[in-house]
Design a protein around this ligand. Structure first.
Ligand code: PSV
Ligand code: MN
Length: 388
């Protein structure tokens, strides 16, 4: 018998929005090789057109995050172009990891001139946000050290706080800053924002408009990420997710691909903690499609999030609470697992059709001919990729 989705669940799913990263549509790879794919966008306008395809087939991805300077262009034009394609511009990502000056740090650098240059870059990002209509500035820092004794870690925390304060002071009333953490890479010994606690300490000292960004791929193997989700929601500081999945390091693979159960557990804590469809908690993808086609890769990704959200919403919370109160360990676990093992795909397909969407967005996109069209049309020019 097909699982039914209650009206409440359908309403929650209908409101779900997942932001796409512009860089997912460009070429990417590893340090060994970046493989191009036919039809890869040559500029931010083509990236937006591709992102709009994901939204057209799923109604799940109404906004696109930009990366500065990779997506530098006329933002009034880009904003209009996005609107014409049925999407809007989203989070602005700063970039302090590809400039010679930042070899030893950016917002933590001991040289005031270099640190100021990095702060000024964030001011420029805030200017972009005014033009693009974006609310959030996302900061991920590639800073740290490779060898014990190389740096004064504490002094770097102090300089980071000072830099962030200056950036924070520039934000408009409706703008926010989200600070992402990552436990290693490119620095291998210490990272200046390695974990949620450091991000939390840094943003808490700034104020209400500063929040933590949790990238699911930025934890050591075995980390209980859903605990962090619970804690940040409890503290009112979960600003955004960067969804992706990992097997080994920061793999940036399709969310839900490596460990669907982990995604379910995370989304259950989101639902339980009031983070679903909560404007304070932005859902974003941060992924790269190194060998697969990018647009269907993104369609698969948003569908994976939708599917696991539906399963998380199916958890019988009353039964779970009763079993927990009774300390009935196995019953509580069974309630949880029942929802995880429920195949919601047929119900989701039917519900999509009832809303005028394709039952199978992957198949509908494949049949549309768009992939062949961009491969034939986008000849010449330089394909966007790491660095553009
Ligand atoms: C680098 O690790 C990274 O993947 C971070 O997660 C950022 O969010 C992303 O790049 C874009 O700068
Ligand atoms: Mn990220």
């Amino acid at each position: 018998m097909m699982t039914e989705l209650s009206p409440d669940i359908r309403t929650a799913l209908e409101r779900q929005a997942i932001e796409l990263p512009s860089w997912a549509f460009g070429n990417s790879g590893t340090r060994f090789r970046v493989f191009g794919t036919p039809g890869t966008p040559r500029d931010p306008f083509e990236k937006i057109a591709d992102a709009a395809q994901v939204h057209a087939y799923t109604a799940l991805a109404p906004t696109v995050a930009l990366h500065i300077p990779w997506d530098m262009c006329d933002f009034d034009d880009l904003r209009k172009h996005a609107e014409d394609h049925g999407v809007a511009l989203g989070t602005i990502n700063s970039n302090t990891f590809q400039d010679e000056d930042y070899k030893f740090g950016a917002l933590t650098h001991e040289d005031d001139e270099i640190r100021q240059k990095a702060i000024d870059h964030h001011f420029a990002c805030i200017d972009v946000m005014h033009a693009s209509g974006s609310r959030d500035l996302k900061i991920w820092l590639a800073e740290g050290s490779n060898y014990p004794g190389q740096n004064d870690m504490r002094a770097r925390q102090d300089r980071l706080q000072d830099s962030l304060q200056q950036i924070y002071a520039r934000l408009g009333d409706d703008q926010r800053l989200v600070l992402e953490y990552k436990f290693f890479e490119p620095a291998f010994y210490h990272t200046d924002v390695p974990d949620w606690g450091t991000s939390y300490a840094q943003v808490s000292a700034l104020g209400d408009k500063a929040m933590v960004c949790l990238d699911t791929g930025h934890h050591a193997p075995g980390t209980n990420i859903e605990f962090i989700v619970m804690q940040l929601l409890r503290l009112g500081k979960l600003g955004s997710f960067d969804f992706n999945s990992r097997f080994y390091a920061d793999d940036d693979l399709i969310v839900g691909a490596a460990d669907p159960f982990q995604l379910f557990r995370i989304l259950f804590e989101v639902v339980r903690g009031g983070g679903l469809n909560n404007p304070d908690v932005a859902f974003m993808l941060d992924q790269c499609h190194n060998i697969e086609d990018k647009i269907p890769g993104q369609i698969r990704s948003v569908l994976n999030v939708q599917e696991m959200t539906a399963r998380a919403l199916l958890v019988d919370r009353d039964a779970l609470a009763a079993a927990q109160t009774a300390n009935d360990v196995l019953a509580a676990n069974a309630v949880f697992m029942d929802a995880f093992y429920t195949d919601v795909r047929p119900a989701l397909a039917q519900w999509r059709e009832s809303r005028g969407l394709p039952a199978d967005p992957m198949a509908a996109y494949a049949a549309s001919g768009y992939q062949q069209r961009i491969a034939a049309d986008r000849v010449g020019g330089v394909q966007a990729g790491w660095g553009a």
